[in-house]
Design a protein around this ligand. Structure first.
Ligand code: BES
Ligand code: MN
Ligand code: ZN
Length: 515
């Protein structure tokens, strides 16, 4: 992980001696673009020339020695970043996304000139919710600054640039500091999820999830418990055992818990941690199979969320469970037609060994709900290729048995730029999973593939308010954005953190009034 420091200053902007000072410029119809007074003359000139209008994603690097600003900047470069017509942006969530993207553009521009430090000037012309905009921008800068170079030759000359090392924000106030700090914590957690996902399957195994959990607990208020293979067998987690039995690498169930004093709400997070999905005996085609090292992105998201939870210390109890194994086709592998027994006693006919995510999640959901009696459960999984057909790479699929929970997650999605879209979960879909020989079968045919996967999980949550996020289309190859580099997106982390921040006021179940 590349670490980037975020600091604050109240000294004059002109005196900043670093590599780059950054200003935002907004469009207002055909009028002069809006900008800070320090750069107004030059912006006027650039817009008259037609070279820079302040359009969204537009950026321009200037060299202050030649600027006709009448001001003398001590920095080496001035970066202008356009944010478009913010007056027409619509909702505040959409506006926050504009600032997040501007943050990403700032990182990309810094990369072009190999700048490793910058001064971020918060625009004079936005005064409402300045803290939030600043926070979104910092989030965008940090996320856009991400790179994964662990396996590149260290002395590779072309790749000497290590990204931004210091961001200095021009501004003051405890509120600003707190908002920016929270954004930094969230972005760093998303980056941690990207790092896990980028690791190849020979370097990220179930034991690596366990080690991450233990290390995190050692250095924080969290408690970690790792369930090993023997215990998984003894507990009767037949889904995890079935998926693991064709592999030479042992499975784990990694549990992290944040338990504040006097908590009233427990949130359970479950993440699919398939460190490589070959399909098993129902083998996947070779083309693109390397991407199946990303099949642990749900697990990465929930365990990285806990990294941020450890810092934010919310008033709600949060438990994260990652069932983790690879899905291989060794000679002892589970075979199509085999019948397995899940943690809660439900028997399942494994028609297709490539529908393995639901098998490990079913055990983890049933176990977590029994053990922690949560007020709500959210699982994240790269569960079905079908969700990519349905929603593409722009929204994750949401399925839920509870409208309050579903609405809260939808709102968190809009607020974080990690949008979701709800799919139905009627009883008819569950019937597609009826088996001739067992309580259920693990696939429901081609029709509504994402929903029948959700319907499988639904059988293991009982009445507990539950939501399932299918992130197969968004965990990598997510919408092209300045702050989302190629490869794993770290999706889910910021969404879950936003949800956790707002969930203590939610009433998932109508409490019966005392008479
Ligand atoms: N991990 C895959 C889903 C997936 C596919 C994620 C492509 C991202 C990109 C999952 O385990 C899987 O193989 N699902 C099958 C289910 C089918 C056998 C019912 C699928 O989607 O084809
Ligand atoms: Mn699979
Ligand atoms: Zn899978």
């Amino acid at each position: 992980m590349t670490t980037c420091k975020v600091g604050f200053t109240q000294k004059s902007i002109l005196s900043y001696p670093g590599a780059m000072s950054v200003f935002l410029v907004a469009e207002i119809g055909k009028k002069q673009p809006k900008s800070d007074s320090l750069i107004r003359t030059v912006v006027k000139e650039l817009s008259a020339l037609g070279d820079f209008k302040g359009k969204k994603d537009e950026s321009l690097i200037l060299y202050p020695g030649n600027l006709k600003t009448g001001k003398s900047f001590a920095c080496r470069r001035v970066l202008l970043v356009g944010i478009g017509e913010i007056n027409k942006a619509g909702t505040q969530d959409q506006l926050l996304e504009i600032f997040r993207k501007a943050g990403g553009t700032i990182s990309q521009s810094a990369k072009k000139v190999k700048a490793d430090e910058l001064l971020l000037v918060l625009p004079e012309f936005v005064d409402d919710a300045r803290k939030k905009f600043a926070a979104s921008m910092v989030e965008g800068i940090l996320l856009g600054n991400y790179r994964f170079r662990s396996y590149k030759k260290k002395d590779d000359r072309k790749n000497k640039y290590k990204g931004l090392k210091t961001i200095t924000i021009h501004g003051k106030g405890g509120g600003l500091r707190r908002a920016v700090n929270r954004a930094r914590i969230g972005a760093e957690a998303a980056i941690s999820a990207r790092d896990m996902a980028n690791e190849p399957a020979n370097h990220w195994t179930p034991e690596h999830f366990a080690k991450f959990g233990r290390d995190l607990a050692r250095n924080s208020v969290l408690v970690c418990r790792v369930i090993g293979k023997n215990q998984i067998e003894k507990l009767g987690m037949g889904g995890i055992i079935a998926v693991n039995q064709g592999s030479a690498i042992e499975p784990r169930v990694v549990i992290l818990e944040h338990r504040p004093k006097n908590y009233r709400t427990t949130v359970l997070l479950v993440g699919k941690g398939i460190t490589f999905d070959s399909g098993g005996v129902s083998l996947k085609p070779a083309a693109g199979m390397e991407d199946m090292k990303y099949d642990m992105c749900g697990g990465a998201a929930v365990i990285s969320t806990m990294q941020a939870v450890a810092d934010n210390k919310p008033g709600v109890r949060v438990v994260a469970i990652v069932p983790t194994t690879d899905n291989m086709s060794g000679s002892s592998a589970v075979k199509p037609g085999d019948v397995i027994t899940h943690y809660n006693g439900v028997t399942s006919e494994v028609i297709n060994t490539d529908a393995e995510g639901r098998l490990i999640l079913a055990d983890a959901l049933a176990y977590g709900i029994e053990k922690y009696s949560p007020d709500c459960v959210i699982d994240l999984a790269t569960l079905t290729g079908a969700v990519i057909i349905g929603l593409g790479h722009h929204r994750s699929g949401l399925m839920s048995n509870n409208d309050v929970l579903a609405d809260a997650l939808s709102a968190a999605g809009e607020a974080t730029g990690e949008k979701v879209w709800r799919l139905p979960l009627d009883q008819e879909y569950s019937e597609q999973l009826d088996s001739e020989v067992a309580d259920v079968k693990n696939i429901g045919g081609r029709a509504a593939g994402s929903i029948t996967a959700g319907a499988y999980l639904k059988k293991f949550v009982g009445d507990t308010p539950w939501a399932h996020l299918d992130i197969a289309g968004t965990a990598w190859e997510f919408t092209k954005k300045s702050y989302i580099p190629k490869g794993p997106s770290g999706i889910g982390v910021r969404l879950l953190l936003d949800f956790i921040a707002r969930c203590s006021t939610l009433k998932f179940v109508e409490r019966k009034k005392d008479k």
